[in-house]
Design a protein around this ligand. Structure first.
Ligand code: C2E
Ligand code: MG
Ligand code: MG
Ligand code: MG
Length: 292
C-alpha cells in the first residue's frame, strides 16, 4: 500500500503488478477528492534573466498533500494523466496561474514576472480545453501574453497533428508556448517550426554536470544555437551552481531556473524575493521584455 514515511513522506512497499494497480487506484481516488478537500497547492520557482540574475518569471509547480504526507508530482502526475483526472486538476492549475498573473501585475505593474505552467498532453486532447481556458482568461482578466504553457517535448511530438490544432487555438488567444524538457525527446525540426512555440526549456539532464562534461556542453550549445536560429527564447532548468550559470550565459542562454537561484517557493516567499529585488538600490531595470 501507499504509506506515510520515507524521505518524500510516502513510499511504495511492493511492486507486484497487482499492488501497483491498487496504488494507482488509491492515488487516483485520492486525487479526485483532492480538489474539493483543498489538498492541492502550488509553488513558484523563480526564472531569472541569465545576464542580470533578476527574476523575470516563475514556474508554477503543483503540490499535493493528502493527510499524512506529501506525494511528489513525479509520482501523481503520470497517474493523473493515465486516468484523466489531470483534466479538472489542470483547469484548477490554469485558474491559479491566471490569478497569480493578475495579482502580480496589479502589484508590480509591467515589471511583474510572467507565469509559466505545465500542461499535459491529456489536457490538449480534452475537447473542452479551448473554451475552458478562454472562459478563465475572460473571468480573471489575465493577460495571456504573460502566461507560458509548458508541454514536454515527448508529449508534444507524440501526436503533432492533434496538438498543433489545439495549440494554434490557444496561441490565437495570445497564450505563449514552451517545449519543456527539450533534448530528451525526438523533435522533428520540421514539426517544431510548424508549432506555435516561443520558448525551449533545456532539460536539466544536460545542465547537470555541464561544467564537467564536454558532451553536455556540446548538446547545450547546439540546442541554444538551434533555438536562436528558430527565433526562440531559451531557458535552462536545473542550474545548481555559478559555473553552470556562467557557461550558460556565455553560450547565449536567455533565462535560467534552478536551485542555485531559488527552490520552488510559496507565493508569499516569492513575493518577498521580488519586493527585495525592486527595492534594491539598482538602477531602474531595463530587462528585455520576453513575452509581452
Ligand atoms: P518540470 O516541469 O520539468 O519542472 C521542473 C522540476 O525540476 C520541478 O520538480 C522542480 O522542482 C525541479 N527543479 C528545479 N530546479 C532544480 C534544480 O536545480 N535541481 C533539481 N534536481 N531539480 C530542480 P517538481 O516540482 O517535483 O515537478 C516535477 C514534474 O511534475 C515537473 O517537471 C512537471 O513535469 C510535473 N508537474 C508539476 N506541476 C505540474 C502541473 O501543474 N501540471 C502538470 N501537467 N505537470 C506538473
Ligand atoms: Mg515545466
Ligand atoms: Mg522541465
Ligand atoms: Mg522535467
Amino acid at each position: 500500500a501507499v504509506k506515510a514515511g520515507g524521505r518524500d513522506g510516502w513510499q511504495f512497499f511492493s511492486d507486484s503488478l497487482e499492488e501497483q494497480a491498487r496504488q494507482r487506484l488509491e492515488i487516483n481516488n485520492g486525487l479526485r477528492k483532492a480538489l474539493e478537500r483543498d489538498e492541492l497547492s502550488v509553488r513558484y520557482q523563480p526564472i531569472v534573466a541569465a545576464e542580470t540574475g533578476r527574476i523575470i518569471g516563475a514556474e508554477l509547480l503543483l503540490r499535493w498533500h493528502p493527510p499524512g504526507g506529501e506525494i511528489s508530482p513525479a509520482t501523481f502526475i503520470p497517474i493523473a494523466e493515465l486516468t484523466g483526472v489531470i483534466v479538472p486538476i489542470g483547469k484548477w492549475v490554469f485558474r491559479e496561474a491566471c490569478r497569480a498573473e493578475v495579482a502580480w501585475r496589479s502589484r508590480w505593474g509591467e515589471q511583474a514576472p510572467y507565469v509559466s505552467l505545465n500542461l499535459s498532453a491529456r489536457q490538449l486532447s480534452d475537447d473542452g480545453i479551448v473554451d475552458d481556458f478562454a472562459d478563465m482568461l475572460r473571468q480573471t482578466g489575465a493577460n495571456p501574453a504573460r502566461l507560458l504553457l509548458e508541454i514536454t517535448e515527448t508529449s508534444l511530438m507524440a501526436d503533432v497533428e492533434a496538438n498543433l490544432k489545439v495549440l494554434r487555438h490557444l496561441a490565437d488567444f495570445g497564450l505563449r508556448v514552451a517545449v519543456d524538457d527539450f533534448g530528451t525527446g525526438y523533435s522533428s525540426l520540421a514539426q517544431l517550426t510548424r508549432l506555435p512555440v516561443d520558448v525551449l526549456k533545456i532539460d536539466r539532464a544536460f545542465v547537470d554536470g555541464l561544467e564537467k562534461s564536454d558532451d553536455s556542453r556540446t548538446i547545450i550549445r547546439a540546442v541554444i544555437s538551434l533555438g536562436r536560429a528558430l527565433g526562440l527564447k531559451l531557458v535552462a532548468e536545473g542550474v545548481e551552481n555559478p559555473e553552470q550559470q556562467r557557461e550558460l550565459c556565455a553560450y547565449g542562454c536567455d533565462m535560467l531556473q534552478g536551485y542555485y537561484f531559488n527552490r520552488p517557493l510559496v507565493e508569499a516567499e516569492f513575493a518577498n524575493c521580488l519586493t527585495n529585488q525592486f527595492s534594491d538600490a539598482m538602477p531602474a531595470c531595463a530587462e528585455p521584455l520576453y513575452f509581452v
